[in-house]
Ligand binder design. Structure first.
Ligand code: GUN
Ligand code: FE
Length: 446
């Protein structure tokens, strides 16, 4: 295997010392970061591999987003200005229910293209109820790193046609897990995904805990405590708060990732902490659906795992880690003061904290020898960025100023998926034309 030496202007390592390095190179070999080398210690003339210089670019770890719905990308703009339960009932469930294999496949392609070109290299994804093999296959062929699973829905008062029997939901999930868990040499894993309390029986929620534990490295991925009407309905049905209910049936734990967690009380925060449950914070989605503002500074202070996700295209309407980082910082400041959620803290939520939430911190989330080569090169040497070279300004540039337009190259598992700001995986014209056709057909089916 040929070795490659990348020599950027700066390396934001996210290692245990949070080092930002200049005059260093990253050596890549066979999917891995072999070493980080001080340029003083290497004879570049006689290096036995390829040397690539990026004198203007900053190298960072690929972003990890812990709550995405690739199956919804095709519905962008078709469910604006609604609150959660109306959004699901009037738009998202009917659209998901109308997915064919072809429309689901292009929805996944559109989402993966947007994520990769924006510097996101790993996702935790929740699918829809049918044809989920399309998403798994596309994750494998696109080079994306992912944990993904079909959503499990066996009760649905919002849209009774959009559900399966518990037996079908569990059997098809297990079949997909058997086929796809740890595929593409471990790059793609299966994550079980009961949708949320209001669309799952207690039996399904409980049995899925057992299933998740049977697949080492899998994740239990669901939504919780997102919307006031949702938690009121949970309270009416079970006389408990959402997270309290999850605790009573054994859902909380180290392998569980809960998206949102906005409406939580003191008891629930303690439960999250003591069980090691992970929170995926989705600031754009929480604002756009009018759901509320999660108390992220408090969760972090308590030592609860927090990472970031764009959620789905119809509640955002982008899938950019930059947008989520910027909003994760800004929305807390009117409530908790301008020092809350500084740029460095937020950058770590989008990288190493995401990796930890998925138990992938030995593999990804930082630029360190021995980790997988999931790397992003961004151009911060532009007239619209801060020109002060201080290290703290690097985090500021990335979190407060940059956007996906600054992303120039992306590598996942040692393979380039983006170069010169353009996808090497997808042709944007083909995505648009195929997407239009499939969306048109899907709308006809609704
Ligand atoms: N709760 C249940 N399903 C969904 C979904 O698709 N998106 C969001 N944001 N919340 C949900
Ligand atoms: Fe979601």
């Amino acid at each position: 295997m040929i070795k490659t030496l990348l020599i950027p202007h700066k390396i934001v390592t996210v290692n245990s010392k949070d080092e930002i390095l200049t005059n260093h190179a990253v050596e890549i070999e066979d999917r891995f970061i072999r070493s980080i080398i001080n340029l003083k210690d290497i004879d570049l003339e006689n290096y036995d591999g390829v040397v690539v210089r990026y004198p203007n670019y900053t190298l960072i770890p690929g972003f990890v987003q812990t709550h995405i719905h690739l199956c919804q990308t095709l519905f962008r703009g078709l469910a604006d200005d609604l609150e959660l339960l109306d959004w699901l009932q009037q738009r998202i469930f009917p659209y998901e229910n109308a997915h064919s294999k072809e429309s689901l496949r292009i929805s996944a392609k559109l989402g993966i293209n947007e994520l990769q070109t924006g510097g996101t290299t790993t996702i935790l994804d929740m699918g829809t109820i049918r044809h989920h093999e399309q998403v798994m296959e596309e994750l494998i062929s696109s080079g994306m790193r992912a944990i993904s699973g079909k959503c499990m829905v066996d009760e649905n008062d919002l849209m009774p046609q959009f559900k399966e029997s518990i037996k079908d939901s569990i059997n098809s999930s297990v079949e997909l897990a058997n086929e796809f868990h740890n595929s593409a040499e471990g790059r793609v894993k299966y994550g079980f995904a009961p949708r949320f309390v209001l669309s799952c029986s207690e039996k399904l929620l409980k049995e899925t805990v057992e299933l998740t534990n049977q697949f080492e490295g899998s994740v239990y991925h669901t939504h919780s405590s997102e919307n006031k009407n949702e938690v009121a309905e949970v309270r009416r049905k079970f006389s408990k708060e959402n997270i309290d209910y999850f605790n009573s049936i054994g859902v909380l734990g180290n392998n569980t990732v809960l998206a949102h967690c906005i409406h939580t009380n003191e008891n629930e925060i303690n439960l999250l902490k003591h069980t090691g449950t992970k929170i995926s914070h989705c600031p754009s989605s929480n604002l756009k659906l009018g759901s509320g503002i999660a108390n992220i500074p408090e969760y972090i202070k308590r030592g609860i795992s927090v990472s970031l996700g764009a959620d789905g295209a119809p509640c955002n309407n982008n899938l950019s880690a930059f947008t989520e980082m910027r909003l994760a910082a800004l929305i807390q400041k009117p409530l908790y003061g301008p020092t809350a959620m500084d740029a460095k803290t937020v950058f770590k939520l989008a990288t190493i904290e995401g990796a930890k939430a998925l138990h992938l911190e030995e593999e990804i989330g930082s630029v360190e020898a021995g980790k997988k080569a999931d790397l992003v090169l961004i151009d911060l040497e532009t007239p619209t960025n801060s020109l002060d070279p201080a290290d703290d300004l690097t985090y500021s540039n990335i979190v407060y100023t940059a956007s996906k337009e600054n992303v120039k190259a992306v590598m996942i598992d040692g393979e380039w998926v983006v170069k010169n700001g353009e996808s090497l995986v997808y042709d944007p014209n083909e995505l648009v034309s195929e997407g239009r056709t499939e969306l048109h057909n899907l709308i006809d089916r609704v």
